[in-house]
Design a protein around this ligand. Sequence first.
Ligand code: BDR
Ligand code: CA
Length: 306
Amino acid sequence: MKNYDIIMDMDPGIDDAVALTLALHNSNLNLKLITTVAGNVSVEKTTINALKITNFFNKDIPIAKGASHPLIKKFEDASHVHGESGMDGYNFDKPTNNPINMNAVNALYQTIKNNDKKVILISTGAFTNIALLLTQYPDVKSNIEKIVFMGGSVHSGNMTSVAEFNMFSDPHAGKIMINSGIPLVMVGLDVTKQSLLTNDTLEKIKPLGPVGKMLYGIISHDFDHSDSGTAVHDANTIFYLLHPEAFQTKDYWIDVVTEGPALGATVADVRSAYHTDTNVSVCLKEDQVAFNNWILQEIKKIADNY
Ligand code: BDR
Ligand code: CA
């Protein structure tokens, strides 16, 4: 399997924390930088949560704090889903590590430009930092291999009938990213609401020592669950990167709606009515069994080596 140099831009967030846990331990992924953004909760809290996870695993990855509010829209959090801290369900130690002394946009620019190969950006929060990076430093585009993002949906939303939370949080930023010309993979609600972590998998995670206890604690606290399981949305980006064969994708031209009742919607031009070109590879189907098998196997390895 190939090795990838990645950066994670995120708003932990329970499912972001699961994605980060998986990325921190995968030998095919070199995580160069973590940047945080306001989304599920304030950027102060998402930064502390990123510190808590890296501290829990004793991993020394630079963390840079990013945007505290969307480009234009008012900031609205999702603490009703992720809890007051943004990562409720486990009592983490107070982190002993600190964010670096540089803001997310400058840290992204320097890390990407100084890296000896192209970087893959994994984005699992509002797209504000990415939009600011691309606007302030457009020359960075040629150093980014692709952006794999959790956000959007072709079929239906989770904030409004048509808008997904990350896109809805900062639609103007989402639009800048989508129109950037960088290769994009959208791991949206079309697959993340389909490929749930089953209750059976969650029960198997529970007894896996301190790692199992922590992950079980936060995942079972997530309100995004049903009788059939929990949507650990952001973890699907890591699964996609390592196992694209488990996904069915289709290229579409996606437009992001920035006003009106469809604010934050990602409209796919399925009939090529407005565009002959495409700008996003959209994940439409995912192998749920493969996702559950993979995640359980990865967490067992992490727990064994903790
Ligand atoms: C997305 O919204 C957030 O609440 C989750 O962390 C995920 O990134 C799902 O719509
Ligand atoms: Ca997230």
